[in-house]
Ligand binder design. Structure first.
Ligand code: FAD
Length: 322
């Protein structure tokens, strides 16, 4: 498979590549084949190749919101590293467009925007990962999310052709998007930002970052919030009220600092994490009648193991909370 692929794509092709190093959780077995496409066409070629052969494909950005199974991922893992930021001249009322590659590190974009006096990305300050991952997850905080500043997103449609989807077609909602629901690769996007004072924007970014440092267990590998917040409540509050802070399974632990974070104490497995997620999910269901929905993306075989017990009707996602 790898040799054949090397003849098709220009980018890097790695066989049996351990994925733990590509995730902020530092968890995950090997990809059968990991490909880092060189450009958009390369990505489209790799996708077409996989589609023709019925080879499963998993998309990966910065790996900050994924749980990769211990046994790894079958088929092709496409790590999207298409980076680049192109600023346009300010337009009406000083608003400014920026076209950004999906593999661009989100933090780089947030800081460039601030330095140029462009507002709108402050809620994304301190969120790890890539712009592509952020678009797919509609990343943000209770102060706003990235979908709000999107003009269009460039994607690879199932037939393999590149297409531009205006924001209205992207289905942005709380930590979700149409791209996420349909597994559509994002290669670039155009955002439009409002003018603002660079110092005030930087100040705002510092405020967001300081809040994270105060409230999140950033010294340990983690994947951010494990569960989405249910309507009108916070998953962290519910898990904490179940008395689960500090609970350990193997080398994974429900953070003492923030109950909606699971931390890797060093050597945790995906099974350890899934076990803690299952315990938290069942306790919250039994005690509060609330069905939590994972925010972390369970990849490969893990996706088929969630929810741990049958659920009816489907849970509704709420909004950002504490
Ligand atoms: C310490 C910490 C704090 C966090 N805080 C926040 C927060 O405040 N708010 C928030 O929203 N999130 C937060 N997160 C979660 C995470 O950082 C975001 O969801 C981030 O946007 C994911 O980007 P990524 O590139 O790492 O995506 P990945 O984790 O690589 O992927 C996430 C999902 O997107 C898909 N994907 C990735 N790239 C693409 C692409 N180009 N095209 C199509 N699909 C793709 C993957 O298949 C996967 O399903 C936090 C995470 C950590 C570790």
């Amino acid at each position: 498979m790898a040799r054949e692929l090397q003849g098709v794509v220009k980018g890097l092709v790695k066989v049996a590549e351990p994925l733990a190093r590509y995730t902020t959780f530092r968890i995950g077995g090997p990809a059968d084949v990991l490909v880092e496409p060189a450009d958009e066409e390369d990505l489209a070629r790799a996708l077409a190749w996989a589609q023709e052969r019925g080879v499963p494909v998993t998309l990966l950005g910065g790996g900050s919101n994924v749980l990769v199974p211990d046994e790894g991922l079958p088929g092709l893992v496409l790590r999207i590293g298409l980076d680049g930021i192109r600023w346009e001249r300010p337009g009406d009322g000083g608003r400014r467009g920026v076209v950004v590659g999906a593999g661009t590190v989100l933090a780089r974009l947030v800081h460039e925007a601030a330095r140029r006096g462009c507002r709108g990305l402050e809620p994304c300050a301190g969120i790890p990962g890539t712009v592509g991952g952020a678009l797919v997850m509609n990343a943000g905080t209770r102060d706003g999310s990235i979908g709000q500043v999107v003009d269009w997103v460039r994607v690879v449609e199932p037939g393999g052709q590149l297409a531009v989807w205006p924001r209205e077609q992207c289905g942005f909602a709380y930590r979700s998007s149409r791209m996420q629901a349909e597994g559509i690769p994002v290669v670039a996007a155009r955002l439009v930002l409002d003018p603002g004072d660079p110092q005030a924007i930087l100040q705002e970014i510092r405020r967001h970052t300081a809040y994270r440092q105060r409230t999140q267990p950033l010294r340990y590998p983690n994947c951010g919030s494990v569960f989405k917040n249910p309507p009108g409540d916070a998953s962290g509050r519910l898990i904490e009220a179940c008395g689960l802070k500090g609970l350990r399974r193997g080398r994974a632990q429900i953070s003492e600092q923030h109950a909606n974070f699971i931390i890797n104490l060093g050597g945790a497995t995906a099974e350890d994490v899934l076990d803690l997620m299952t315990t938290a999910w069942r306790c919250v269901r039994d005690r509060f009648g609330v069905i939590l929905e994972p925010e972390v993306r369970l990849l490969g075989a893990l996706a088929r193991r969630w929810p741990p017990d049958p659920v009816a009707p489907a849970p509704a996602a709420g909004g950002d909370g504490a």
